[in-house]
Design a protein around this ligand. Structure first.
Ligand code: B1M
Length: 220
């Protein structure tokens, strides 16, 4: 891999946002994802080289380490911040159409449920894997999922639930989505959910962690 792309990937893996940020201590004062992405564009790397060769590469490693419990939530959040800093420089290339995303992923925590940490991690990992993410937030009613699916025909939809009580709401939402959009893929996750439940309610996949969701949607 080219040196600057490798450096950006390392910034993503370590959560190094920019030179001003003291985290991680061993990279204090060094340029971060922000400066290096700008420098790579100035050097003539295409937005696509940077996205796939550095950002997706780095986030993929973060996802694997998190799944293996060798990285923890705060570290993944720092990686996501680094990725966001880099993405600021790539955004114009998405708008111009030069950079293509793999597809659209609509994600939300189901109605009645305000837990969003796992949902946010999943959204970040999926964005880091090169997908356009529409994050509907928490307490998302079935009608809202349907409305946004209507506007984004081929989207994959992801639902998160953290309460045993809101698993019932997840079931209602998944069944309604299945009824109106039988072809669309539905991924479900959250601490009380498991694969038997996912299968019973008609979801396409139960993802115990974000990386499983990423691998599944990338394989579609
Ligand atoms: Co709440 N809470 N909480 N809470 N809370 C739990 C879930 C609970 C287990 C705590 C307990 O009693 N031991 C319990 C649920 C019990 C049950 O239903 N059986 C509980 C309760 C009861 C409640 C309230 C009802 C408390 C009250 O008010 N009496 C209340 C409900 C509010 C509501 O939602 N309506 C409530 C409120 C809150 C806070 C607001 C204070 C806060 C949430 C803050 C926030 O999210 N912004 C909170 C928190 C932080 C927790 C705990 C401590 C941590 C949850 C968390 O973020 N985990 C939790 C206890 C615990 O787990 N130790 C608890 C970290 C996160 C990374 O994991 O979300 O599982 P998780 O996500 C994982 C995977 O599940 C997966 O990826 C992530 C990374 O691996 N994943 C997906 C998740 N969604 C996915 C979607 C995918 C794919 C993968 O694709 C679409």
């Amino acid at each position: 891999m080219n040196q600057i792309l490798e450096q950006i990937s390392i910034c993503i893996q370590k959560g190094k946002v920019d030179s001003k940020m003291a985290y991680p201590p061993e990279m204090k004062g060094m340029p971060g994802a922000d400066e290096l992405t700008k420098a790579a564009l100035d050097e003539g790397f295409s937005a696509n080289d940077i996205l796939s060769g550095a950002l997706i590469h780095g986030m993929g490693i973060v996802g694997d380490l998190f799944r293996e419990k060798r990285l923890f939530v705060p570290q993944v959040l720092m990686s996501a911040m680094a990725m966001k800093a880099a993405m600021v420089h790539l955004k114009p290339f998405f708008s111009s159409g030069e950079l293509k995303q793999k597809g659209t992923f609509i994600i939300g925590t189901v109605a009645g449920d305000l837990h969003d940490i796992g949902k946010n991690l999943t959204a970040m990992m999926i964005e880091g894997a090169g997908w356009r993410v529409i994050d509907l937030g928490t307490d998302v009613k079935t009608e809202r999922f349907l409305e946004v699916l209507n506007e984004n025909g081929n989207a994959v939809v992801g639902l998160s639930a953290l309460l045993t009580t809101t698993m019932e709401q997840m079931e209602r939402s998944v069944k309604a989505i299945r009824e109106h959009f039988p072809e669309n893929r539905i991924v479900v996750g959250g601490a009380p959910v498991n694969s038997e439940f996912a299968k019973r309610i008609g979801a396409s996949l139960y993802a115990p962690n974000p990386q499983v969701a990423v691998e599944y949607i990338n394989s579609i």
